[in-house]
Design a protein around this ligand. Structure first.
Ligand SMILES: [Fe+2]
Ligand SMILES: [Fe+2]
Length: 399
């Protein structure tokens, strides 16, 4: 903290100053009265001033400790009603549990690709813990009530594989968008489920995902402060792709993208589930994540990028125009070959659903700026879906 003063921190407070509701403390209409979440650390620790530092980890640690929910006390296990749980719902819980377990290889990827950033790496200890806890909560639910569907250790281990190295800034943005999307998916899952215990679990997890997005956004803001246009280019590039899911024809989430060339086509987390086709079925026919919900995800991405960049992006097209202006302003001549421009490693090809594994070489023309060349394959006119901006000028990520 620059001034060395302790101040209460909301992870979900976005850079425009909007304040989220108290995650984990409930809100009007919640089904279960919440106990006031107690910090798991001594109060004196939580209230002591944060040491002056430019690192975000200490502040994020404090804030996340304050709203941490407990598996034993905050899930109303005794309220289980078996008549309200169908087989298809239980099977989807299993797939969600295994998907959440994929935080393990993602953490290994993050730590490997961010050795230069000890602050962010330290934050990953929190993120990893909470993601594994999500998996554990879902597994525990199945263990208690549908033990025949609890994932085996082999099924969990199947989603642990090595991701190819990736540009850290693009990975950061990808996961920021992924957390936003997951927050909305789980909110829909909480609505779809009828059994009260699992509804509550999805509500709790959804709020965690929103907080994760808030934390990632803090690191994105810091990246812009430190890296300037390089970070902006990475964020807008991924932002355009993430805000245009229909171009990919598949859910644009880290678990559905190809991440390891040597394992293709079994190099997505989803492809390694017991039912690789589950995600699309879950989205289309179970939680019914329709156009309206997709619009909410896109609006949230655009809203937060608008705040991050200090200008309004009402649509993916507007964001794309801004991205192109950044690319045009780039003066980094990177080509070294006399015949070919360098092989360029593109972070993500939305059209093919790949992430991190597309290499291209281009014939050298007269002075091709590599940052521009990367995008020559991207259609200028992105029409689907049009963004829906929230009515309120300030919006919370879990509104
Ligand atoms: Fe999670
Ligand atoms: Fe998350």
């Amino acid at each position: 903290m620059e001034d060395g003063c302790a101040r209460r921190t909301h992870i979900g407070t976005f850079i425009d100053g909007a304040t989220p509701y108290e995650y984990g403390r409930g809100r009007p209409g919640d089904r279960f009265p919440k106990r006031r979440l107690r910090p798991t650390q001594p109060r004196t620790m939580l209230t002591m001033p944060v040491m002056p530092t430019t690192m975000l980890y200490p502040e994020l640690f404090r804030a996340l400790e304050e709203v941490r929910w407990r598996l034993d006390a905050d899930v109303p296990w005794d309220a289980f009603d078996g008549a309200l749980l169908t087989d298809e719902q239980a099977r989807s819980i299993k797939m969600n549990a295994i998907t959440e377990w994929a935080a393990l290889p993602a953490t290994e990827m993050f730590l490997r690709d961010n050795r230069h950033d000890s602050d962010f790496s330290a934050f990953l200890s929190i993120w990893f813990y909470e993601e594994q806890k999500h998996s554990l909560a879902l597994i525990e639910y199945l263990r208690r009530f549908r033990p025949d569907l609890a994932p085996t250790e082999t099924e969990l281990h199947a989603v642990r594989f090595e991701f190819d190295p990736a540009p850290p800034l693009e990975t950061l943005m990808l996961h920021f968008c992924g957390e936003i999307r997951l927050n909305h998916w789980y909110r829909r899952a909480a609505e779809w489920h009828s059994e009260p215990v699992i509804k509550r679990i999805y509500e709790l997890i959804a709020r965690d995902e929103a907080r994760h997005a808030g934390a990632y956004l803090r690191y994105m803001k810091r990246a812009i402060e430190r890296c300037g246009d390089e970070a902006k280019r990475a964020f807008t590039k991924l932002g355009v792709l993430m805000a245009s899911p229909r171009r990919a024809g598949k859910p644009l989430h880290p678990t559905s993208l190809h991440v390891a060339r040597g394992l293709f086509p079994n190099d997505t987390v989803q492809s390694r589930l017991p039912d690789p086709a589950w995600l699309q079925t879950w989205l289309d026919f179970q939680i019914r994540f329709d156009r309206d919900w997709e619009g909410r995800v896109i609006a949230m991405i655009l809203h937060n990028l608008s705040s991050l960049f200090g200008q309004t992006f009402a649509s993916a097209q507007e964001l794309n125009r801004y991205r192109r202006s950044l690319a045009a302003a780039c003066t980094c001549w990177r080509s070294t070959s006399s015949t070919w421009s360098p092989t360029l490693r593109i972070g993500l090809s939305a059209a093919r659903g790949f992430w991190k594994i597309i290499d291209i070489s281009r014939p050298r023309r007269s002075r091709i700026w590599s940052s521009v060349a990367v995008f020559t394959s991207m259609p200028e006119n992105i029409t689907e879906p049009s963004a829906i901006l929230p009515a309120r000028s300030r919006i919370r990520i879990t509104a």
